[in-house]
Ligand binder design. Structure first.
Ligand code: HEC
Length: 510
């Protein structure tokens, strides 16, 4: 009887609201490609964490019109406007529950390329340390460039929506690439082949490579975990749940490696804590919260001791000094910063950093008898230059708008910084490292977003992205600041030179 009433009322509801049942429409039309829990399959995950950047009508028009030259079909003829509106609102709702994504599930996602054949030597004759990768987000590919001739050696598909910088193994042979949906892809630059991929998280921020080349750490938002993979075969070494000292679950803002400390350092997003995870043979003896053991194959069994440091404020983004003892963090409110000493585990200085600095793209250089660190601001047209001995601001350089990336090279007298937001997003500033003045403002293509710079190994050339679907990488002579080549690319974002990355060039972020 009760069952009858329930199904009767369900029927009544169905009759009175016949137009939109987004969960059902999803199951009928989208699930086969976007996964049963909206967590992705052939198509990407459709969850607020990933759709947040698709504002207003964007999401609706993708569903209605599909995406040309991809497997995403148009639903305008199949679903009414009301159904599409409801579906788009439904996709922006948080998931009711996040499925477990531990060692077992992650391992089950691993796909090793059966055609992969390791090559002892590169199958090309370029300088292996001057290889430069270009991430092309327009159609989810990476181009492998010879850094001397700028010829393309290969162009390979990546998982959907690469996020954060790819990381090279210490000898520059392999590269690990992470996507927003948590896939980690391993690619062999010698044989120009994918080795395999594995889904280390469901929604992820960035990865870090241990300096010994043995481990890749993956910072996840969903679930609240840090995944450590063996670089050798992408097997899971550990999955650590992230909870603050008081038990509050937290996402990870970012993870970086601290080579002299043989540790990964991560900032938590929802709890004011920094964690340090040691992977070396001799972790320091102080301050461990607990040990955790690797669950992977027996030969990997070893503990990863974790140290948790409470900080006065949340750290959304951070930067290390060259000794990796000091962490410079931007505060969440966006109007200041702090310096944390990792050895003593305390804040030692405040930073005058307004306008939400983008510390993840900060760089350093010698300035007089000190070293300065510079970072663009995400909320105002300023670059802050900070003395790393006194932690005082040396100069705030005014730019034509908020910037995102900043780069230099040991052999270059200049620092390059983009304007990423606002009406002047087609501008790239070149700043003199000595005078701290803007010496040139480049505008290579009126109206096009121009962003992110990477240098060649010797610093003689600077590569700049025209960040548009029908975009390009422009090669500049780094001394004369003249354009020498233009390589067509599909929405190129970051570019990564093997040498500058594996030697931790002071001109690049890590
Ligand atoms: C046949 C497979 C397939 C089906 C069915 C499908 N999609 Fe897609 N969808 C894709 C693929 C593949 C992409 C990635 C396209 C690209 O490369 O930009 C995509 C992309 C999207 C995107 C853009 C996501 C982003 O982050 O850029 C949205 C939104 C989307 N789909 C919604 C839907 C909805 C809603 C449905 C059901 C009404 C649906 N899709 C059905 C394959 C599919």
């Amino acid at each position: 009887m009760i069952r009858l009433i329930v199904s009767l009322s369900a029927l009544l509801i169905a009759v009175s609201t016949p137009l939109a049942d987004p969960a059902q429409d999803y199951a009928d039309n989208c699930q086969e490609c976007h996964g049963s829990g909206r967590l992705g399959s052939i198509g990407p995950a459709l969850i607020p964490q990933t759709l947040g950047r698709m504002r207003g009508p964007n999401l609706i028009s993708v569903i209605r019109d599909g995406r040309e030259a991809t497997q995403m079909p148009a639903f305008g003829d199949l679903l009414s406007d009301k159904q599409i509106d409801a579906l788009s609102a439904y996709l922006k709702q948080p998931l009711d529950d996040v499925p477990p994504w531990g060692t077992e599930e992650i391992m089950a996602s691993r796909e090793l390329n059966p055609e992969y054949r390791p090559a002892d030597e590169p199958v090309w004759s370029s300088d292996p340390f001057n290889i430069t990768l270009v991430v092309e987000t327009g159609d989810h590919h990476v181009s492998v460039l010879d850094g001397d001739t700028f010829e393309t050696l290969d162009r390979f598909p990546t998982p959907f929506a690469v996020h954060g910088g790819p990381k090279f193994s210490p000898n520059g042979r392999y590269v690990f690439i992470m996507s927003r949906d948590g896939w980690v892809q391993k690619y062999d630059l010698y044989s120009l082949q994918e080795v395999g991929r594995i889904r280390a998280g469901l929604n992820s921020r960035n990865i870090a490579m241990s300096h010994d080349g043995n481990w890749v750490a993956v910072a996840n938002y969903l679930p609240n975990t840090l995944t450590i993979l063996s670089t050798e075969d992408l097997s899971v070494a550990a999955v650590q749940e992230i909870k603050g000292k008081d038990g509050t679950p937290s996402r990870i803002s970012a993870v970086y490696q601290a080579p002299p400390r043989e540790s990964f350092v991560l900032a938590l997003k929802d709890v004011p804590e920094i964690w340090e995870v040691f992977y070396g043979p001799n972790p320091p003896h102080y301050g461990f919260a607990h040990d955790w053991r690797i669950e992977g194959p027996a030969r990997h069994t070893k503990p990863f001791p974790v140290r948790k440091i409470t900080t006065p404020d949340y750290l959304d983004d951070f930067f290390f000094d060259q000794s990796y003892e000091y962490v410079m963090g931007a505060s969440r409110s966006g109007d200041g910063g702090q310096v944390i000493d990792l050895v003593i585990g305390h804040k030692i200085a405040d930073l005058d950093l307004p306008g939400m600095p983008h510390l993840g793209s900060g760089i350093t250089w010698k300035y007089g008898d000190t070293t300065v660190m510079a970072t663009p601001h995400l909320k105002d047209g300023t670059v802050s230059v900070i003395d790393m001995k006194t932690w005082k601001t040396v100069k705030q350089i005014e730019t034509l708008g908020p910037g995102f990336f900043m780069r230099s090279h040991e052999n270059s007298p200049y620092v390059w910084v983009d304007v990423f937001f606002g009406p002047n997003k087609d501008v790239m500033h070149v700043i003199d490292k000595g005078s701290l003045e803007i010496v040139k403002t480049l505008r290579p293509e009126e109206g096009a977003t121009v962003a992110h710079v990477e240098f060649t190994r010797d610093g003689s050339h600077a590569l700049v992205s025209i960040w548009e679907d029908d975009g390009a990488v422009i090669v500049y002579d780094a001394d004369t600041l003249k354009e020498v080549r233009r390589l067509p690319m599909r929405k190129p974002s970051g570019k990564y030179n093997v040498w500058n990355k594996i030697t931790f060039s002071e001109g690049t972020s890590h």
